[in-house]
Design a protein around this ligand. Sequence first.
Ligand code: GRF
Length: 196
Amino acid sequence: MKNIAIFASGNGSNFQAIVDAIEGGKLHANLKLLVCDKPGAFVIERAKKADVPVYSFNPKQFASKTAFEEAIYEQLKKCDVDYIVLAGYMRLIGAFLLEKYPGRIINIHPSLLPAFPGKDAIAQAVSAGVKVTGVTIHFVDEGMDTGPIIAQRAVEIADGETEEEVAEKIHAIEHVFYPETLENLLNEKCWKVLES
Ligand code: GRF
């Protein structure tokens, strides 16, 4: 089984969905570590409750992104992490970690990329008036939500639906779709699709 670390900055509902999928036998992976760049984030409470070790840090206490990524890497090495799973980690991964984990950093984004990258993707979709948005799971590269796409799910936006309503639908899909896609990816059930 592959060892994973989740990187998150906030609420951590996707972190929780992955924990639950592992506990429920739907995702075969060892969740070794939560990495969190916001020491007060609720995801840390979730990790403690689930007995997942936490490495939290304040980026401002480091001289540079490379410096804090080096510190993260020390922790990842200790746990023998194979894959980094981003779940609401609100910063770009830098060159240091990209080089250490080539093709082994995965992100989930609440839109059908390449539409609406970056922050507030759900609000962007609602204010653009699109009728379909969705969720994208992709490999991470140096850009903002630009890496190769692994899988996508569409979500319809009905007339008059608010950002909150659309967010609720998107999160419900994410919580099933992320563990499912990770199971396929980590347990090599979709390499053929990726290679073709
Ligand atoms: C999710 O919508 C995810 O797609 C995006 O950040 C959000 C994180 O939510 N990258 P949560 O912290 O998992 O609840």
